[in-house]
Every structure is written in structure tokens, then in C-alpha cells.
Design a protein around this ligand. Structure first.
Ligand SMILES: Nc1nc2c(c(=O)[nH]1)N[C@H]1C(S)=C(S)[C@@H](COP(=O)(O)OP(=O)(O)OC[C@H]3O[C@@H](n4cnc5c(=O)[nH]c(N)nc54)[C@H](O)[C@@H]3O)O[C@H]1N2
Ligand SMILES: Nc1nc2c(c(=O)[nH]1)N[C@H]1C(S)=C(S)[C@@H](COP(=O)(O)OP(=O)(O)OC[C@H]3O[C@@H](n4cnc5c(=O)[nH]c(N)nc54)[C@H](O)[C@@H]3O)O[C@H]1N2
Ligand code: SF4
Ligand SMILES: [Mo]
Length: 876
């Protein structure tokens, strides 16, 4: 079955095959233009995320399993009652760029056309809203001008606030291929990331100073006669004002270097390369968007491309890297509270009228609804009485997350549609609706280059799970709008969506799928990946080639932007800036990737990265636990000392929730400041303090069941056949044996106590099968040796092995298995080390021998390091 990966916005084609035993194997689709057969570690592990463990399989009302009719009646009644008593604006949806376009379309139609409120917002507000706003200001519409082939064909790629090596791995490989034939890569990011390993220049700019850097570039282009005057006068407006603003901020190179905290020679080199290289692509992502001046950052980038005429032509252009698989689809259906549908909006009453007529809508919303942060504020204040959350986990992913949690707990009626049970958000649901997941759903997604691809079902939904669009349509029908929600399939919805895009369009809107409005079911099934706008003769790779933009006068706008201070800055109480982002092998709140042992093993613990000078000053060493305290709330994280950080800045990953750790999440730490234009929260810039936490005891639990331990601090990770939970506490548990029995899930068969040394260890066996092991002590060990963990993957423990269980080490003579380095092929670091010691000296040789590094390639830099270390050892 040909389908599409459900993770990032690269939108890779996947060939998936369901075996007779239900097991699904995947490989890259060689015919898909996004990836041509490749997949990254997350995509390669898709088959392993499809187990039913943890899946939500039946609807629930107030914690009790019910049938669909009961659940849907409850939802319809809850929404009807709220709207009748408190008006339509007391009802809201909070949805996700992980929905399919058809799901998204259904939600948007129900709310904006029938309930009569635009209170539909999406996690894309946390992700793409600044780009949407920046595109609209510059181009008149939310359009990514270029395509992936421009990455293959460029001579300079500038990555701004993007860790593409980990977050868009397959595109990053295309950039590396361009580099191999001579293109240069510049990375603009306050910290040194894996993406910098294949860069020709890394500019570790001061967090938030991007506008200054690009204003300086605009002024530099003008000083060096590198602007395209003809293009500017024929196709744009606003150049003089934009330049005046830029020159005020950035009178010369030294001002830029000082303001950005960069070496003047590095800035000069970047400007020189940009000036000299016609085929330049500027790719940007969350370091740009998630900022209190994200929209201005976007326009600062678009300004330099417009000024140099580098747009709409092969090998060049600004390129927004979209995060979620269907971030783009959501924007096309108008999934954001300030959009309407099919690139129409609330600014023009004619748009509202037109969409209303097309939908035959009884109650068209006429004004924008609440944006995510304001929406949850309204929930907290009791203004939202009924809320439906779909395919997102806001209790984890929003800033000031503890307040979001409290708001959810206080909301009178919360509906959550999710594929899994037990997320931080499902815990607050009055009604829980089981959603079909990847591999079961059927519909379309749009990737970063506007390419629409099919996700196809390869197996039936388990239990009672149903697609999201079906759930919405059922509630629409129950609310009395049977005809408008009569769809029988996702194909029906797609045709309607395509028809709306073409409705009275006549070239006024870039988003146009007209020719697809008449697809038969069979043609929809067989739909090949295609880039919008879709014309009679096919898709469109590149827009604006003719210099015509989507503004009323057809001209693009350069927008004057000025440097602004971030919403919150450092203070005596909060002297560090916390930056947050992603890890290579985890996806967001880990509801899917967190269940795959080989993905968990790359990084198994939430951490905070800090520069060595700062660590020394704070009296912290690598491996300590630290309390990271922000304006809103706190986290407790493992300290990682690294030169990759710039002094004064910290970095922590976003993935841990309360389901996987006691206080491993960054959501509570970040304040809810937003960009005034886009409403996107500033998720990369939270002032914090940092101090060591020295627990009274540490230890770990290994067990087969998922337990939430009663301990001050804990982090759980899945491993093969078991779950490892690291533990720490201030005071010793009061009733030690009772506490241990609870964690172990029963009474231990083996134990070892040395009160003098403060050591307590237990193991529980069922016959010869190991069920649980618990170690705690004053001086560790803090984590289990791999040999012990590996015993859980075995059916029985042998008589020879048994004495070693509580020893804290592997039997003499056994080698430990160790951390997985290459997650694509599941190759342990120890095997790569052994291969290097055995004499292999290049990444290619290692790849040929072990396959390590031949998948997505994101571990290649680590393999290189191991080779370099070995050489160093020999030399020493
Ligand atoms: N492995 C993995 N891949 C993913 C995801 C995932 O969860 N896991 N999620 C997907 C989604 S939804 C998204 S949105 C994308 C995100 O993809 P990216 O945006 O590439 O990822 P992030 O790690 O969030 O942030 C990118 C970088 O911005 C930098 N940054 C912080 N502040 C600034 C600043 O002021 N200026 C500049 N120039 N840079 C700054 C950070 O240091 C970080 O390295 O990834 C997608 N891909
Ligand atoms: N501090 C900080 N916070 C951030 C970010 C950051 O960089 N820093 N990044 C932000 C960004 S860019 C993003 S995109 C968000 C992501 O944050 P979220 O959207 O909250 O994270 P996910 O874990 O992807 O949540 C998706 C949920 O949908 C469920 N699900 C999966 N498939 C389906 C389906 O088909 N139907 C339904 N109904 N449910 C399904 C999953 O089980 C999961 O519970 O986080 C944002 N938050
Ligand atoms: S790069 Fe990886 S996560 Fe993104 S779509 Fe491709 S396989 Fe999926
Ligand atoms: Mo995102």
C-alpha cells in the first residue's frame, strides 16, 4: 500500500505492507517525489508504533465505556446546551496539524458555518502562525513559493532557526547532496546543533536577534548594489520604507555583529555569500516562528528575497519548513481561528457571504475566533463552556501548561478525540472518543512544498475507533444539519473541499484544486502526489514566476520591521534564557514514538543543556539534577554540560509529559507571551533560574507494567519487554517494604539490604521469569546496567545468572549491549565502537558492515566522532 508518513512536514511517501499476523513493515516509496525511497528513523519505526497497547478502543463518558450513540448524543447535547444558554462563542474546538485535510474541513465547516463561531484554533498556532501572517503580509496569501527541487538546485542554503538534520531529516539529506556538489550551507541558530555538522558556517546569534541580522543583510545588499531594481519597481511595494527601517537598526556591520553577539567577520562572510549567490534558498522554522516577533522575523527574511528578486525561480526563494504532516492542509481549509476556508478570510464580507452560500450555512461566523493562548485563557475564565480537543495534547504542549491543565480541569464540558489512552489531556475529558490512527485513516495531507498526498488505510480500525471526520459529521447530524454533514467517505469531503477552493475563484485565490472536485472514488483512491494550485494540466511546482502576487494590485509588499525586545527578558531572579526544541527520535509528547524501545534509547531522559562556564558558575556538573524555575512554573532536569550552548542560554527538549516523567516537561516553565500579529507563543525564549537538586536517594525500577511511582522525581522509558523508571527522592520512603511491594507489583523473591551503606535492592520473579527489579541507595547506581535490562527480554533467568541480579553489574565476561546509535537499523553504539576498534576507518565502511548511518543519516556525525576518538586514542 502506498501511503504517507504521519510525522513531519517533509511528507515522505511510504510503502507499507500488513502481514498475515497483523505486523506492518514499511519502507520508503521510491516513486514519491518528496523522499524517493528514503525514510528517517521515525518513519522507519512506524510499524513498531502500531501495537494496540495503550490504544483508546471504546468511547467513554465520565470514565465509563459506552457505545458510540451514547457518546455522540452526549457531545451533541453538551454543545447544544452551551450554545443555547451562553451563545455560540461559548463553544470551541482545539485541533491539530496532524488531522487529515478531510477531518479538518469537517471541523471548520461545523463551527464556522453551523454552530456560528470561529472559535476553532489549532496547534498550528504554536507552529506556523507567524509564517502564515508573514506570507499574507508579503504575498497577499499564505503561499510557500518554492519546491523541494529548489533545494537540490541551490548554491547556498541558509537555515534559520531550523534543526533540519533532526526535524526534517530527508530534506536535510537533499541539502547535503547539494553541498556535496558544491553548494554552501549556513546555519543561524543560537546553539550548535546536529545540522551544523554539515554547515560551512554557523552563526550562533543572540536569541531573538534574527530581525537585526536580516535587516543588516537588506542594508548590505543595497550598499553593494545587489538588489534587483527592475523586479522591485515592477512587482513590489514598500521597499523604501523597509530599507529605512533596516538602516535605522543596522547602520553598519559592527552594529549588527554587536547586537547579534556574533563575530563581525562571520557576519561579513554570510553577507558576502548571500550577496554573491543568486541561487539562494532561505529555509526557516521554529527559531523564527515561535517568537514574540515571529511575523517580523518572517518578513525580514522575505524582504531580502524580494529585494534581490530571488523568488519564483529555480534554486532560490524563501522556504518555510512546515512542522506537522498536515500543517499545510489545515491552513488550506482555514483551520486557524482568524481564517475562513479555502484561503478566504473575515476581512472581506464578500468572502464570508460566499462561503456561507457554498455551505448553505445557517449561522456563518462573521468575525475571527480566539487564538490558542487566548482560547485557553477564555477556558480558564469560564467563558468557554464546551470544548472539543482533537489530535493534540495541549496540557503538555502549550506554554504556561500548568494553567492550561487547571483550565481543563475547571471546564464544564471537555471532549477529547485521541488515538491513545492516558495522555495528560485525555485525563481531563468528560467524553473520550477513540480515533482511527495512521494506517487506519484514509484521506489527504499537504507537505511543505504544497504537495497533496494520500494517506491510505492498510488495515481496519481496532475496537470501536472511528475517523475524526466521521465523529464530527455524526455530531453535526445530531445537531440538526443532516444534509450538510451527509458525507459517506473522505472522498466526499475532499470533493467538496476542492469545489469550494474553485468556487467563484477566477484566479483571485492561489489555493485552487478545481480539477480535483470531480474525482471519482476510484480516482481519489489512486490520486498521485500533486502540488497546488492544480490546473487542468496538473500541479504547480513554483509560484510567482511571473512576478504576480496575490495582493489586489498583484504586487508583493516589503514590510518595514524593527528590532524588538522579546516579551520576557532575563532578570536577577531569572538570569538564563531557556530555549526548547526537538530530539532526533521523539515526536512531540511521545504518545506514539515513546512506545518504541529503539527510538527511546537515543536519549532516555529529559535534560537541560548548559555551557561549561555557566555550569561552573552555578556549581553544576554533568549528570546532576537541576531545578529549572521559570516565571510560570518549573521542571527538574538532568544537567548536560556542553560547548554547543552559548553562555547565558539553556536548552531543553519538549517531549516529556507527566505521563513519562514527574517534572520533565518544559510547558509549565515557559510564560504565555505571544506575537502581537500572529498570536504565536514565544516558545524558544523563557527566562529561568537554575539550581542543583541533590536528592537524598536515587535508584531505578525495571518492570513489565506501567506504574506511576510514588517518588519525588521519576522518568520512565520503554525498553524491550519492560519499562525502566529512574527514581530519586528527598526523604527515604516511610514504609520501605510496603512502598517497594507497590512498585514491584507484588512481594519480592530476592532482596539485599545494607543499612550502613544505604543500599536496598529487590527482585520479583514469577517462576524463572523476571517480573520487576528495584534498586535504591544513597550513592546510586542511578541507572541499571544493560545486562539487567536485557534479562526482561528473556523468558527465564538461569541459575547462573540469578546471583548477579542484585549485584549491580553484568556477570563477569559478558559484554553489555549499550545505547542504540543508529535508530534506523537498531545498531548499538558498542557495535560501532567494536567495528572501529577492529579497524574500520570511514562512515562508508561502517555502513557497509553494520548498516549504521545508511538510513536517515542523522547519526553519521556521531559515527564520525567515534572514528575520530579512536584515531585520537591511537595517537595518544
Ligand atoms: N524528530 C522530530 N522531528 C520533528 C518533530 C518532532 O517532534 N521530532 N516535530 C515536527 C514539528 S511539528 C515541527 S514544528 C518541526 C520543528 O523543526 P525545527 O524548527 O527545526 O525544530 P526545533 O528544535 O523546535 O527548533 C529549531 C531551532 O531553533 C533554534 N532557535 C531558538 N531560538 C532561536 C532564535 O532566536 N533564532 C534562531 N535563528 N534560532 C533559534 C533552536 O535552538 C533550535 O535548534 O519539526 C518537525 N519534525
Ligand atoms: N516549549 C515548546 N512547546 C512547544 C513547541 C516547542 O518547540 N517548544 N512546539 C510546538 C509545536 S511546533 C507543536 S506542532 C506542538 C505539538 O504538540 P501536540 O500537538 O500537543 O503534540 P502531539 O504529541 O503531537 O499530540 C498529538 C495527539 O494526537 C493523538 N493522535 C495521533 N493521531 C491521531 C488521530 O489520527 N486522531 C486523533 N484524534 N488523535 C490522534 C496523539 O496520540 C497525541 O495525543 O507543540 C508545541 N509546543
Ligand atoms: S523525514 Fe522522517 S518523519 Fe519526516 S516525513 Fe520523512 S520519514 Fe516521516
Ligand atoms: Mo509544529
Amino acid at each position: 500500500m502506498r501511503t504517507t508518513c504521519p510525522y513531519c512536514g517533509v511528507g515522505c511517501g511510504v510503502l507499507a505492507e500488513a502481514g498475515a499476523d497483523g505486523a506492518v513493515t514499511v519502507q520508503g516509496d521510491p516513486d514519491h517525489p518528496a523522499n524517493r525511497g528514503r525514510l528517517c528513523s521515525k518513519g522507519m519505526a512506524l510499524g513498531e508504533t502500531l501495537g494496540l497497547h495503550g490504544r483508546l478502543l471504546t468511547p467513554e463518558v465520565n470514565g465509563r465505556a459506552v457505545d458510540w450513540d451514547t457518546a455522540l448524543d452526549a457531545v451533541a447535547e453538551g454543545f447544544r446546551a452551551a450554545a443555547e444558554q451562553h451563545g455560540p462563542d461559548s463553544v470551541a474546538f482545539y485541533v491539530s496539524g496532524q488531522l487529515l485535510t478531510e477531518d479538518y474541513y469537517a471541523v471548520n465547516k461545523l463551527m464556522k458555518g453551523f454552530v456560528g463561531s470561529a472559535n476553532v484554533d489549532t496547534n498550528s498556532r504554536l507552529c506556523m502562525a507567524s509564517t502564515v501572517a508573514g506570507h499574507k503580509r508579503a504575498f497577499g496569501a499564505d503561499v510557500v513559493p518554492g519546491c523541494y527541487e529548489d533545494l537540490d538546485g541551490c548554491d547556498l542554503a541558509v537555515l534559520v532557526g531550523s534543526n533540519a538534520a533532526w526535524c526534517h531529516p530527508i530534506l536535510h539529506r537533499r541539502l547535503e547532496a547539494a553541498r556535496a556538489r558544491g553548494a554552501r550551507i549556513v546555519v543561524i541558530d543560537p546553539r550548535r546543533t546536529a545540522t551544523c555538522d554539515s554547515a560551512d558556517l554557523h552563526l550562533p546569534l543572540r536569541p531573538g536577534s534574527d530581525v537585526l541580522l536580516f535587516n543588516g543583510l537588506l542594508a548590505h545588499l543595497v550598499r553593494n548594489g545587489a538588489i534587483d531594481g527592475e523586479f522591485l519597481s515592477a512587482h513590489t511595494k514598500g521597499f523604501a520604507d523597509a530599507l529605512a527601517a533596516a538602516e535605522r537598526d543596522a547602520p553598519d556591520l559592527d552594529a549588527v555583529a554587536a547586537g547579534c553577539g556574533l563575530r563581525a567577520t562571520d557576519v561579513a562572510r554570510f553577507y558576502r555569500w548571500f550577496t554573491a549567490t543568486e541561487r539562494t534558498v532561505t529555509l526557516f522554522s521554529q527559531g523564527v516562528n515561535q517568537s514574540s516577533q515571529g511575523t517580523d522575523k518572517v518578513n525580514a527574511i522575505l524582504n531580502v528575497h524580494l529585494a534581490s528578486g530571488r523568488i519564483g525561480k529555480p534554486g532560490m526563494g524563501p522556504f518555510s519548513l512546515t512542522g506537522q504532516p498536515n500543517a499545510m492542509g489545515g491552513r488550506e481549509v482555514g483551520g486557524l481561528a482568524n481564517q475562513l476556508a479555502a484561503h478566504m478570510g473575515f476581512d472581506d464580507p464578500a468572502d464570508v457571504e460566499r462561503v456561507g452560500r457554498f455551505w448553505q450555512a445557517p449561522a456563518m461566523a462573521a468575525k475571527p475566533g480566539l487564538k490558542a493562548v487566548d482560547l485557553f485563557q477564555a477556558v480558564a475564565e469560564g467563558r468557554i463552556k464546551a470544548l472539543w480537543i482533537m489530535a493534540t495534547n495541549p496540557a503538555v504542549s502549550l506554554p504556561d501548561a500548568d494553567a492550561v491543565r487547571a483550565a481543563l480541569a475547571a471546564c464544564p464540558f471537555v471532549v477529547v478525540s485521541d488515538a491513545v489512552h492516558g495522555t495528560d489531556t485525555t485525563a481531563h475529558a468528560h467524553v473520550l472518543l477513540p480515533a482511527s490512527a495512521w494506517g487506519e485513516k484514509d484521506g489527504t495531507v499537504t507537505n511543505s512544498e504544497r504537495r497533496i498526498s494520500r494517506q491510505r488505510a492498510l488495515r481496519p480500525s481496532p475496537g470501536a475507533a472511528m475517523p475524526d471526520w466521521w465523529q464530527v459529521a455524526q455530531v453535526g447530524r445530531r445537531l440538526g444539519w443532516g444534509e450538510a454533514f451527509a458525507w459517506a467517505s473522505s472522498a466526499d469531503i475532499f470533493r467538496e473541499h476542492a469545489a469550494l477552493s474553485a468556487f467563484e475563484n477566477g484566479g483571485s485565490r492561489a489555493f485552487d484544486l478545481g480539477p480535483l472536485a470531480g474525482l471519482t472514488d476510484a480516482a481519489y483512491d489512486a490520486l498521485e502526489p500533486v502540488q497546488w494550485p492544480v490546473r487542468a494540466d496538473g500541479g504547480t511546482a513554483r509560484l510567482f514566476a511571473d512576478g504576480r502576487f496575490v495582493t489586489p494590485d498583484g504586487r508583493a509588499r516589503l514590510v518595514p520591521v524593527r528590532v524588538k525586545r522579546p516579551a520576557h527578558v532575563v532578570s536577577v531572579e531569572h538570569p538564563f534564557i531557556l530555549n526548547t526544541g526537538r530530539l532526533r527520535d521523539q515526536w512531540h509528547t511521545m504518545t506514539r514514538t515513546g512506545t518504541v524501545p529503539r527510538l527511546a534509547s537515543h536519549t532516555d531522559e529529559p535534560f537541560v543543556a548548559i555551557h561549561p562556564d555557566d555550569a561552573a558558575e552555578q556549581d553544576l556538573t554533568d549528570g546532576d539534577l537541576a531545578v529549572v524555575e521559570g516565571i510560570a512554573g518549573r521542571a527538574v532536569l538532568r544537567v548536560r554540560v556542553t560547548e554547543d550552548q552559548t553562555p547565558g542560554t539553556l536548552f531543553a527538549p519538549i517531549h516529556w509529559s507527566r505521563r513519562f516523567a514527574s517534572e520533565g516537561g518544559v510547558g509549565p516553565v515557559l510564560p504565555a507571551a505571544t506575537d502581537p500579529v500572529s498570536g504565536q507563543p514565544e516558545l524558544k525564549h523563557g527566562p529561568v533560574s537554575l539550581r542543583r537538586w541533590e536528592p537524598g536517594w536515587t535508584g531505578f525500577l525495571i518492570g513489565r507494567a506501567e506504574v506511576v511511582p510514588d517518588a519525588d522525581w521519576w522518568v520512565g522509558t520503554v525498553r524491550d519487554g519492560c519499562r525502566v523508571t529512574l527514581l530519586a527522592g528527598d526523604a527515604w520512603p516511610a514504609d520501605l517494604e510496603g512502598w517497594a511491594a507497590r512498585l514491584l507489583g507484588g512481594v519480592a523473591r530476592l532482596d539485599l539490604h545494607d543499612g550502613g551503606r544505604g543500599v536496598h535492592r529487590w527482585a520479583r520473579l514469577d517462576g524463572d521469569r523476571l517480573e520487576a527489579v528495584l534498586f535504591i541507595g544513597i550513592d546510586g547506581p542511578q541507572r541499571p546496567c544493560d545486562w539487567l535490562v536485557a534479562r526482561f527480554a528473556e523468558p527465564a533467568v538461569s541459575a547462573e545468572e540469578r546471583p548477579w541480579l542484585l549485584s549491580g553489574q553484568a556477570p563477569s565476561g559478558t559484554t553489555e549491549c549499550g545505547r542504540v546509535l543508529c535508530a534506523c537499523w537498531n545498531v548499538a553504539e558498542a557495535r560501532v565502537r567494536a567495528a572501529v576498534e577492529a579497524g574500520l576507518t570511514s562512515v562508508q565502511e561502517i555502513g557497509a558492515a553494520l548498516k549504521a548511518g545508511t538510513g536517515c543519516g542523522s547519526c553519521v556525525s556521531e559515527i564520525k566522532e567515534l572514528i575520530a576518538d579512536a584515531r585520537h586514542d591511537v595517537a595518544a
